[in-house]
Design a binder for this molecule. Structure first.
Ligand SMILES: *[C@@H]1O[C@H](CO)[C@@H](O)[C@H](O)[C@H]1NC(C)=O
Ligand SMILES: *[C@@H]1O[C@H](CO)[C@@H](O)[C@H](O)[C@H]1NC(C)=O
Ligand SMILES: [Cu+2]
Length: 578
């Protein structure tokens, strides 16, 4: 699965093809529709019988339902036998019927970047907003109200890494940045869908698979929508040979255009970039170099930028792994506070729409991200095989928030507010602990309308990793980011803050829903809690969030919410009196 997981890393939405859905259309003010989709979720296989003689016969690789991926045959999970799954393109009411055909597993689908204001029950988090979908069908029904580049993905187990994800593009008739680009590149040349094909670890004995090709006309400007869907821990350095990229939006929010030579993307983040086809007619590499775990694996992926009139062949430059940033400016670099012309962080970009935030907030939280070397009861039995009683190769560190491993409740507090929730614990109170392992449904409570600040701290005690943070239901202003050293602590950051040592940029900060925290440092985010509900906030690495690097933001009271939809499925324990 290793090398396929590499290949699943990044979804290059700009070049998706396939039979167009009726909702994919020119934006005209006032033209709204109901867009219905059927998602068949199923155990599947890459390089299956649907691929016939692929890649000996390259044409076969483009057959419908052939998921060729990087040429490695492995079990995967798909929606409609596609990888990535179908893209939703609209500003409309979206109705998605999820049919769970899996033989032995449950499912939920989360609409990453959609704030679900008024549609809280369809946010797609198991045991927080809904009961997981058993067999059968669940209908998601919401207005895709947050414009820009977003995506959907499974929020159950490791299903996202296995293939359950796709793009959501919400267009606007009144796009403020329409003048910055001429068109979106498309390669709609046959009825088959072109999956992203990437080369992995040049030099390994993998079959030569067809690569993704982005076709451009000379002197046109193209808006590329980039989505980092990975879940391992592989931030990606994106660059295009001989071209600069103009960043115009991130996580759907427009920013003052910023020209860069490369860009780092963390799990969950989206960037809209404009590429101007201003170089000689030729083929050029679009490069994706992985960091952290993908640095150890030397994962490099490439797609071809092909000018009209260029030969149908690979670029002549070599495509090989390189962990260093290309020369020039890098935006969103790994584990740094920036402060230089060459390294620019998310706290240093400027929002297109001016705002000035108040100095004082109503609620403030400090959230420490860390790996702890403890007897996590998921992995250890302190009496039989404790953390410090097993060989080093068996020692797994536990990713936690404020030393707590999140425990999913027994029933969803959003849709079943009256069901008992004995696992709940609140920020600021002593969590329940057993032999040094603290585990509960960790809740941050705020009132509807509160202004909120969260200081996200990556204590970085073990290794130089990185935890990309994601908040459901909102986007937040990124008002500060700093690296203090190879490690820090919540106490140190709180003391620094009390002494006035944390600077906040309250003017024209950009808004995001997914952001990096420098290892051994902090990121400060702010928002107004005007969207009632139970909103998951978590590390976006799948393994970390599944085993507990999660908290939930609870905004408002049940009466602030729309009524629970009629017939909404319920779930609970069955424990009658003995
Ligand atoms: C390659 O496959 C296509 C169908 O995908 C077929 O039409 C074509 O004849 C095949 N070519 C060869 C050389 O077998
Ligand atoms: C986590 O636990 C460590 C070790 O007991 C302690 O030093 C630290 O203060 C705790 N951190 C937080 C954020 O509670
Ligand atoms: Cu993490």
């Amino acid at each position: 699965m290793k090398s396929l997981a590499c290949g699943l890393g990044l979804l290059l939405v700009a070049t998706l093809t396939g039979a167009a859905h009726e909702c994919e259309r020119e934006c005209v003010a006032g033209d709204t529709r109901t867009c219905q989709y059927r998602f068949n979720l199923q155990d599947y296989h890459s390089m299956s019988r649907a691929c016939f003689d692929c890649p000996i016969n390259m044409t076969d690789c483009f057959r419908p339902e052939c998921v060729s991926a990087d040429g490695v045959a492995v079990p995967i999970l798909t929606i409609n036998r596609r990888l990535p799954g179908p893209d939703l393109q609209a500003r409309d009411r979206v109705v998605v019927d999820v049919y769970n055909w899996q033989l032995s597993d449950t499912e939920t689908i989360h609409w990453h970047g959609q704030h679900m204001r008024g549609y809280q029950y369809f946010d797609g988090v198991p045991f927080i907003t809904q009961c997981p979908i058993m067999g059968g069908i669940f209908r998601y029904d919401f207005i895709a109200g947050t414009p820009g580049t977003h995506w959907w993905h499974s929020h159950s187990g490791l299903h996202r890494a296995a293939g359950v994800f796709g793009a959501i593009v919400v267009r606007q008739a009144d796009d403020q940045q329409a003048e910055l680009y001429d068109e979106l590149p498309r390669t709609r040349d046959n009825n088959a869908r072109l999956d992203p094909h990437f080369r992995i670890r040049q030099g390994e004995n993998e079959p030569a698979m067809p690569l993704e090709v982005v076709k451009v006309a000379p002197n046109q400007r193209y808006r590329l929508r980039l989505i980092n869907t990975e879940g391992l821990n592989c931030p990606m350095v994106v660059s295009v040979d001989d071209h600069r990229l103009t960043i115009i939006a991130s996580d759907g929010d427009p920013i003052v255009p910023y020209v860069t030579d490369s860009l780092v993307m963390y799990s969950g983040e989206r960037f809209d970039v404009v590429l101007e086809a201003n170089q000689p007619v030729d083929n050029y590499w679009i490069r994706f170099n992985g960091l952290i775990i993908c640095e150890q694996l030397e994962c490099v992926q490439g797609a071809v930028l092909r000018y009209e009139g260029a030969a149908e062949e690979d670029p002549t430059a070599t495509l090989s792994y390189d962990s260093s940033y290309p020369p020039g400016v890098v935006v969103n670099p790994l584990n740094t506070g920036g402060h230089s012309e060459e390294e620019v962080t998310m706290a240093e970009l400027t929002a297109l729409n001016p705002t000035v935030l108040e100095e004082v907030v109503d609620k403030k939280f400090y959230l420490g991200f860390n790996f702890n070397q403890i007897n996590d009861l998921i992995f250890y039995n302190p009496e039989l095989y404790p953390f410090d009683g097993v060989d080093e190769k068996w020692q797994v560190n536990t990713p936690q928030l404020n030393n707590i491993s999140f425990l999913f409740p027994l029933s969803p507090p959003l849709s079943q507010p009256d069901s008992p929730n004995p696992t709940m614990c609140l920020y600021g109170e002593e969590p329940p602990c057993e032999e040094g392992y603290c585990s509960c449904t960790y809740v941050l409570e705020v009132a509807l309308g509160d202004t909120v600040e969260i200081v996200l701290i990556d204590e970085g005690k073990i290794g130089a990793e990185n935890h990309p943070y994601h908040l459901h239901g909102y986007n937040f202003y990124v008002v500060g980011m700093e690296r203090l050293g190879s490690e820090t602590s919540v106490e140190e950051v709180m003391a620094l803050d009390a002494a006035g040592g944390i600077k906040r940029n309250l003017k024209d900060a950009i808004r995001k829903d997914s952001v990096t925290i420098p290892d051994g440092g902090y990121t400060v985010v702010r928002f107004t809690a005007d969207n009632p509900g139970w909103w998951l906030m978590h590390c976006h690495l799948i393994f970390h969030s599944e085993i507990g690097m999660v908290a939930v933001l609870h905004v408002g009271d049940p009466q602030d919410l729309p009524p629970v939809p009629e017939g909404f499925p319920t779930c609970s324990s069955f424990l009658p009196e003995v």
